[in-house]
Design a protein around this ligand. Structure first.
Ligand code: HEM
Ligand SMILES: *[C@@H]1O[C@H](CO)[C@@H](O)[C@H](O)[C@H]1NC(C)=O
Ligand SMILES: *[C@@H]1O[C@H](CO)[C@@H](O)[C@H](O)[C@H]1NC(C)=O
Length: 501
């Protein structure tokens, strides 16, 4: 075989490059301005690397520069179109062609790990939105009981000494434990093997996603069926879940749809849907872990942010604690009581506005070609989202937007007719940590109650502060994720007002 001359190789590359360039220019996405680097094929990797490292600044820049319009940033292996401004956020949440479930499936590539039914038949969404939310009243005392057992296990020392505590670690322990009490009930919520799987499942999904990003689509299913962290974790949890599933199925067989003492937990509600569908135990376990994935790190990181905020602004602690103690004295540890704690609610709403867990939300994927009101054309398959951080720091949306003001929302709620509008769980085009619209986070009522219960219970039982001289540790921004620092410590000291188990 003849060796091709250098000229032939160069000509080949020029023609190939020209072809890719023209194909890109014909792609409607090329007309949407890029923030963070070049968008031409081959060089867009620079934009991806830039977005991984400087996502927050790029999103704020784009938001300001393209107000009332759109721009795009480069994710690992696709473009993400960002809408800037209230009108477009409102349009994105309303357009029926824009799908949240498909976006989630796409971004985590779950069909290769959790199977095709993972998000196609998403019966866990009404379970969380309706059944879980309706049972918050009976759930709350259980959460408190669980905390009274778990807290002394997480925070060593019974004396009145200050002890140094890894905030992230304690938060993860408490949230996993409290959530599991309501997701799978006793005794599994105290099984360390199960709790570890429930907590680590989020990282399993992320790890599998990273593995898959390095390979073409056709390799993903075979590689994931051979090595997948998510599948391994689901399999490891089956022996723990199976005896309970068998027992519940026997009760369902005997009594039908309802019986006295029927467990009110996510596992039972999943079984109520899974049995008529003849889903295997593996599918049941998978669905349960999908809920763990949506619930645990989101809530835990939000609690860490709030604890760091109280460390940074200790003057808020006593007024919040006074409110909690006066309400608990009358209502006890009940859902009614928790819902009256408007200073605590305001702190969490403000903490989520100023920090939060994601730079983007109201995330959707176009199921058909869509033209937005500003004229932006999104071809079918395009991913689109709102710039959460930039929206929350917009002076047009919040007065002194960059300032942390724990009671800004409780003050606003005192105005007539403003009672519920500024609650933590209330979403709007300006306040989008839980997304917005029909698909806003269905777990936010549970999350709000649970985080408040944990924080209230902590504040009543412990004094907390940063070590002398320490300030709030910086957040970590990786692509669209906002992570509170995972290594910072705070000092805790028992107050000894309540009996802990
Ligand atoms: C502070 C904690 C949480 C935050 C900040 C949060 C945030 C979000 C956001 C931004 C979305 C997408 C909505 C959109 O873009 O319009 C979402 C969806 C979702 N969340 Fe949450 N979430 C939290 C806690 C929870 C909890 C505790 C659960 C379960 C009990 C949960 C279950 C879900 C589910 C299942 C979806 C997908 C909904 C669908 O497919 O329609 N989340 N969440
Ligand atoms: C603190 O806890 C987190 C979460 O468990 C862990 O990832 C981190 O390594 C811990 N940091 C230190 C310094 O122990
Ligand atoms: C239910 O699934 C099992 C195995 O997963 C299968 O053997 C059985 O035939 C199915 N039953 C019905 C009614 O579809």
């Amino acid at each position: 075989m003849e060796i091709p001359s250098l000229n032939a190789i160069l000509a080949f590359l020029a023609v190939g490059g020209g072809f890719l360039f023209i194909r890109w220019r014909l792609n409607p996405l090329s007309r949407i301005p890029t923030v963070g680097g070049p968008s031409i094929p081959g060089l867009s990797i620079l934009s991806t690397v830039n977005f991984l490292r400087n996502s927050k600044d790029l999103l704020v820049q784009g938001y300001e520069k393209y107000r009332g319009s759109t721009f795009k940033v480069a994710l690992l292996d696709q473009w993400l179109v960002i809408v800037s401004g209230s009108e477009l956020v409102d349009e994105v949440r309303k357009r029926p062609e824009l799908s949240l479930a498909t976006f989630l499936e796409d971004i985590f590539q779950m069909k290769h790990t959790l199977g095709p039914d993972a998000l196609g038949d998403n019966f866990h969404v009404p379970i969380i939105r309706d059944q879980l939310t309706r049972s918050l009243g009976s759930a709350l005392p259980e959460v408190i009981e669980e905390l009274s057992i778990a807290l002394p296990q997480c925070i060593p020392g019974t004396s009145s000494d200050w002890v140094s505590v890894n905030v992230s670690h304690v938060s993860q322990k408490l949230i996993t434990r409290a959530s599991s009490r309501i997701f799978v009930g006793q005794p599994l919520c105290r099984n360390e093997d199960y709790l570890k799987i429930a907590l680590d499942f989020t990282m399993d999904v992320v790890n599998d996603r990273l593995t898959m990003s390095k390979m073409p689509d056709f390799l993903r299913t075979p590689v994931m069926s051979w090595t997948s962290s998510t599948r391994r974790s689901v399999a490891r949890s089956i022996p723990l879940l199976k005896p309970i599933i068998d027992q519940r199925k026997a009760l369902m067989e005997e009594y039908g749809a309802d019986w006295t003492d029927k467990p009110k937990d996510v596992l039972q509600w999943v079984l109520d849907e899974a049995v008529p569908r003849n889903l295997s135990d593996e599918r049941v376990a998978m669905r349960l872990h999908l809920v763990n994935f949506a619930a645990i790190h989101t809530s835990s990181n939000s609690l860490v942010h709030a604890l760091y905020d109280l460390g940074a602004f200790p003057e808020y602690i006593q007024p919040i604690r006074d409110e909690i103690e006066s309400i608990v004295a009358v209502d006890g540890w009940t859902k009614e009581g928790i819902s009256k704690m408007s200073k605590l609610d305001s702190l969490l709403r403000e903490s989520q506005r100023i920090h939060g867990i994601s730079l983007i939300s109201v995330t959707r994927k176009a199921m058909a070609d869509v033209t937005l009101r500003d004229g932006t054309f999104l071809p079918k398959g395009t991913c689109v989202a709102a710039a959460t951080w930039a929206t929350h720091y917009d002076e047009g949306n919040f007065e002194k937007a960059a300032a942390f003001d724990a009671f800004r929302f409780s003050r606003m709620r005192e105005a007539p007719g403003q009672g519920t509008k500024h609650q933590f769980v209330h979403t709007s085009v300006e306040y989008i940590p839980f997304g917005h619209g029909a698909h806003a986070c269905p777990g936010r009522f549970f999350a709000s109650n649970e985080i408040k219960a944990v924080l209230a219970f902590l504040l009543v039982n412990y004094d907390i502060q940063f070590e002398p001289g320490q300030s709030r540790p910086d957040n970590i921004f990786i692509a669209e994720n906002i992570l509170p620092n995972h290594d910072a410590k705070m000092l805790f000291r028992r107050r000894g007002t309540l009996e802990l188990h």
